[in-house]
Design a protein around this ligand. Structure first.
Ligand SMILES: Nc1nc2c(ncn2[C@@H]2O[C@H](COP(=O)(O)OP(=O)(O)OP(=O)(O)O)[C@@H](O)[C@H]2O)c(=O)[nH]1
Ligand SMILES: [Mg+2]
Ligand SMILES: [Zn+2]
Length: 392
């Protein structure tokens, strides 16, 4: 028991030094109300169980333990919102020894709030309803949790003078559906698409590849008069602007926004908020690449009563073992694939390929077929090259 207390003290001191450079608590404005974030039944009972166990182990008053949600993550340091407080959390010594000790934004946690202390101790991460994860570092990589417990992921893709490239959108949709969240597509910078005819083509293209069921919203925040673009988007069955996003993120929904740096994620959230809460940055003029302006993961409450997590831009999104997500994004192709003669059919040249047969019969379009085959092939390759130690 004595050793454990000493450990905790040591850890708190070093964490305290590192935390000195974190944004002040006053900059946590815009965070949602505790009541608008809903833990599941399972998470609530896991909290009840954890607080009982920890109180006994640590010989503490059970009232010191509170159910909290990680509403912000700055360089790995969480800020936790509970019914009673918003506080920076340090990891308790017990949790850092365990493997599952990395909190993600959106995590429901059990924190200890000792009387007379400003900060709280993060004691346990409660089971996740969903986890949006990304493989990084190629074949010897590790998984990074981008956000936990989100119900909806808004995948942001900037439009430009060239026709929209759907690769990012489709692979994002596969990763999102794999983790159990819903996906919606946000086409930002529609004012840069070069007119309404072009915007209409881009929307068509995205819908062809992603299918009818994925909602699409287009936005043009750089344009003063965008009524023609808006009319065009609506005529194509897409949502438009802030209103379109608000209608997707209903009260109680926790969503996050995923996309490359410079896609306009923070700009869009600022527009929803009606003020410049989040820092935004100009893109490089040579190639429109962003400069990784956003460095924190941060929940913001939006006027619909929902919540959106702003996140740093992601460079790559490799597909590794996301078969379930692929089947959810391309259900009719995955169905057809079950009737192929060979179980490991690549649907490119094999005899008895039911996928190519279905394609020829017009069951789905060439664009969807191409996207499916490319991603399935990528997954086969990553499976072969991935270090087996890492998968376990
Ligand atoms: N023309 C135009 N520019 C936009 C639009 N939305 C955002 N931008 C610009 O795009 C640049 C990047 O915007 P950010 O909101 O910082 O992009 P981000 O996706 O948050 O980028 P990271 O934080 O680096 O991941 C800024 O210069 C914005 O002004 C839009 O709808 N139209
Ligand atoms: Mg940003
Ligand atoms: Zn086949």
């Amino acid at each position: 028991m004595k050793k454990r207390v000493q450990n905790r003290h040591k850890h708190s001191q070093s964490a305290g030094r590192a935390q000195a450079t974190l944004p002040a608590l006053s900059s946590l404005e815009g965070i949602p109300a505790f009541e608008s974030l809903e833990a599941t039944e399972e998470q609530r009972s896991a909290f009840a169980e954890a607080s009982r166990r920890l109180a006994a182990e640590e010989v503490a008053d059970p009232a010191e333990y509170e159910l909290g949600c990680v509403v912000r993550l700055d360089r790995g340091f969480p800020a936790v919102l509970t019914e009673r407080r918003l506080a920076r959390a340090e990891f308790a010594a017990g949790i850092t020894k365990e493997r599952f000790s990395k909190a993600a934004v959106g995590d429901w946690v059990c924190v200890r709030c000792p009387e007379g202390h400003d900060g709280v101790l993060l004691e346990e991460i409660l089971p996740r309803r969903s986890a949006l994860e990304r493989w990084r570092g190629g074949t010897r990589g590790e998984k990074q949790t981008l956000a936990a417990n989100v119900g909806l992921v808004l995948v942001a893709q900037a439009l430009g003078p060239e026709p929209v490239i759907c690769d990012r959108l489709v692979r994002s949709a596969v990763v999102v559906r794999d983790c159990g969240a819903q996906v919606a597509c946000v086409l930002t910078k529609a004012d840069r698409a070069g007119g309404d005819a072009r915007l209409a083509e881009d929307i068509d293209r995205v819908r062809q590849v992603l299918g009818e069921k994925v909602p699409i919203v287009a936005c043009a925040l750089g344009e003063k008069d965008s009524s023609e673009l808006a009319a065009c988007a609506r005529a194509k069955g897409a949502g438009w602007g802030e209103e379109g996003i608000l209608s997707l993120v209903s009260p109680g929904t926790v969503a996050c926004i995923l996309g490359e740096s410079g896609a306009g994620k923070s700009t869009l959230l600022n527009a929803l908020l009606g003020r410049n809460l989040l820092k935004t940055g100009a893109v490089r003029s040579s190639d429109d690449a962003g400069r990784h302006t956003t460095v924190s993961r941060r929940m913001v409450a939006i006027p619909s009563g929902g919540t959106i997590v702003d996140m740093p831009g992601i460079r790559s999104l490799p597909l590794v073992g996301h078969e379930r997500g692929l089947a959810k994004v391309f259900p009719e192709i995955a169905d057809a694939a079950r009737s192929c003669r060979f179980r490991d059919c690549t649907h490119t040249h094999e005899p008895g390929c039911a996928v190519r047969e279905a394609l020829a019969e017009g069951a789905f379009c060439q664009e969807r077929y191409d996207a499916y085959v490319a991603l399935a092939q990528e997954m086969r390759r990553s499976e072969e090259t991935l270090d087996p130690d890492i998968v376990l």
